[in-house]
Design a protein around this ligand. Structure first.
Ligand SMILES: [Zn+2]
Ligand SMILES: [Zn+2]
Length: 574
């Protein structure tokens, strides 16, 4: 049966498989559509914006994704994870005269938060990274692990000397790669594997010394999908290294690559899946940017295997997770949890509680059991209190839910703000409990909103800081030749947003090695552009161009791409 989303009013269905999962875990059915649920989870994380601020315990200057003006207390990571403070000191009795979410909000303002989410114990010289770990000499990489000398990238893993990449793995000396792996000394590749010394490729595997090619396998010296001499390749290659040539090259390649068929889904070794950019999954429905999912639905950006999970943003190595974001490394039976990493089990409504079990409504609690709102209970007390709290949340929600319903029926199908008191058991943390301004979270990348829309939904918003939009002291040169060492002292201005940015010494050295020009845009615009080059996390029904077979794909009907079903694509491109 189809339902109306409480936020946007659109129709959505709860599948039979979802109902079984929800019933088995005693979870009420969702009241928001798939997109609004995902947006609510994404809004919990500021991955890209970093600030200098003070540690609220030591007063020392630190780097954090919490702005200095944030109302939250922030401790440097090494302090936060130490025994220099006690999260249980902030514990409080559950108050049955107030809503759960109001109490959780109050607790949240009292308990300190870690400055960043990175594996600081294993990182070397990688202070400006977040949602990242085991990196060495890296700068401005996010959602990224085990890299060396990589800069300005999102979801880059096990790579070295790469810059401006998006979802890249096991690559070296690469620039502007998207959804590619095991590539070497290449630039402007998308959906490529095992390619080297190549520029402007899409859907290529095992290619070497190729330029402007699509859908090739194990070729060498090809330009425009035509075999050429080594000399012709060298001649073409010389046109890949200036700002102007790169702009022209992108423009040409964007229309050239339309001539080649696309596979309905990005990914391999899947069985019974619907989604995109997924590999090695079995029984996955509406899942994206993930690998090794088993019996999962609505999972986005899983970083390690997941089993039997529903409504997930960026979790990994977990089982039986529901409506959770940024959790994993041994997670079992978590509901409505955010940022709970490291052997966590049987927890609900927890925020940043590593290595714990049987917690409800806790923040910052570490290595503990049987706590509610950061207050310690005995096992028996805990087990008696939890059903009462859940029942209270449900009654509370019902008492306030009636008014929310009237509001919806009176015709406002557009986004409308729902106060925390209107939320009930079964919902993830509402907008008002997002610790970050909406336009700093990754929700803004996937579900962009204008300021008034975000405020209407209950989110915070960060105004532009005029200090970051000054005049440039330097105009980018067309090539890297002629760029002097002292460019690192200059202020550049983004050609798209006008935001200032600087060039670091390490970045300059890598750009020289890659022979690439200084970027003309700031990192945030570069990252947005790469994200926009991938298919959105939306599914459409289409027909295979060859056989007319029905396919579910992220290529929308208006997209001029030639889309084949998996079998047809493989028979033609092997
Ligand atoms: Zn919705
Ligand atoms: Zn087909």
């Amino acid at each position: 049966m189809s339902k109306n989303c409480k936020h946007c009013g659109s129709n959505f269905t709860v599948r039979e498989e979802d109902k079984v999962f929800l019933e088995n875990n005693k979870i009420p059915e969702p009241t928001l559509c798939i997109d609004c649920r995902e947006r609510r989870r994404l809004a919990q994380g500021n991955q890209l914006y970093l600030y200098k601020r003070k540690c609220d315990l030591t007063g020392k200057e630190i780097i954090s994704n919490y702005h200095p003006d944030s109302p939250y207390k922030v401790y440097n990571q090494n302090i936060w994870y130490s025994d220099k403070w006690d999260p249980l000191e902030f514990g409080r009795e559950y108050d049955f005269s107030k809503s759960f979410f109001e109490q959780f909000k109050e607790l949240g303002l009292a308990v300190p938060r870690p400055s960043l989410h990175r594996g600081f114990q294993y990182d070397e010289n990688s202070d400006y990274t977040n949602y990242a770990g085991k990196n060495k000499d890296c700068y401005m990489i996010f959602d990224s692990d085990e890299n060396r000398e990589c800069y300005y990238s999102y979801s880059i893993n096990s790579s070295e000397s790469c810059m401006d990449c998006y979802r890249v793995r096991g690559s070296e000396l690469c620039y502007e790669l998207i959804d590619s792996e095991k590539c070497y000394n290449s630039a402007f590749l998308q959906d490529c594997i095992n390619c080297s010394d190549s520029y402007f490729l899409q859907n290529c595997i095992g290619c070497k010394n190729c330029i402007m090619c699509s859908n090739l396998r194990n070729k060498q010296y090809c330009v425009n999908n035509v075999q050429v001499s080594k000399e012709e390749y060298e001649k073409q290659r010389a046109k890949c290294f200036s700002l102007k040539d790169i702009t022209d090259g992108n423009k040409y390649f964007n229309s050239f690559k339309l001539k080649f068929p696309k596979k309905s889904i990005h990914g391999t070794q899947n069985e019974n899946v619907i989604g995109d950019y997924i590999s090695g999954c079995k029984n996955a429905y509406h899942c994206f940017d993930s690998a090794a999912l088993w019996d999962c639905s609505y999972v986005f950006q899983a970083f390690n295997p997941l089993k039997n999970c529903m409504d997930i943003q960026e979790c990994g190595d977990g089982e039986l997770l529901y409506e959770s974001a940024f959790c994993g490394y041994g997670a079992y039976n978590l509901k409505f949890c955010s940022h709970c990493l490291g052997t966590c089990s049987d927890m609900e409504y927890c925020y940043h509680c590593p290595h714990s079990s049987n917690l409800f409504g806790c923040i910052g609690v570490q290595h503990k059991k049987y706590c509610i709102l950061n207050k310690q209970y005995s096992e028996q007390e805990y087990k008696e209190l939890i059903p009462k709290i859940i029942e209270h949340m449900k009654q509370d929600g019902r008492a306030h839910g009636a008014s929310a319903q009237v509001e919806q029926e009176s015709g406002s199908a557009s986004c409308s703000y729902t106060e925390p008191k209107n939320w009930t058991y079964g919902e993830f943390f509402p907008a008002e409990l997002s610790p970050f301004p909406y336009n700093e979270t990754i929700a803004q990348i996937h579900y962009p909103l204008e300021k008034d829309e975000a405020i209407k939904l209950g989110y915070q918003w960060r105004e532009k800081n005029k200090e970051e939009f000054k005049d440039a002291t330097y105009a980018s040169l067309n090539t890297i030749q002629g760029v002097k060492d002292n460019v690192t002292e200059e202020l550049l201005k983004c050609a798209v947003s006008g935001r200032n940015y600087k060039i670091t010494k390490a970045e300059l050295a890598l750009l020289r090695k890659l022979n690439m020009p200084l970027p003309a845009e700031c990192f945030f615009e570069r990252n947005n552009r790469r994200n926009a080059m991938r298919n959105k996390r939306k599914l459409y029904e289409r027909k295979c161009v060859k056989t007319g077979e029905n396919i579910t794909t992220t290529y929308e009907s208006e997209n001029p791409a030639i889309v084949y079903c998996e079998d047809c694509y493989l028979s033609e491109t092997y």
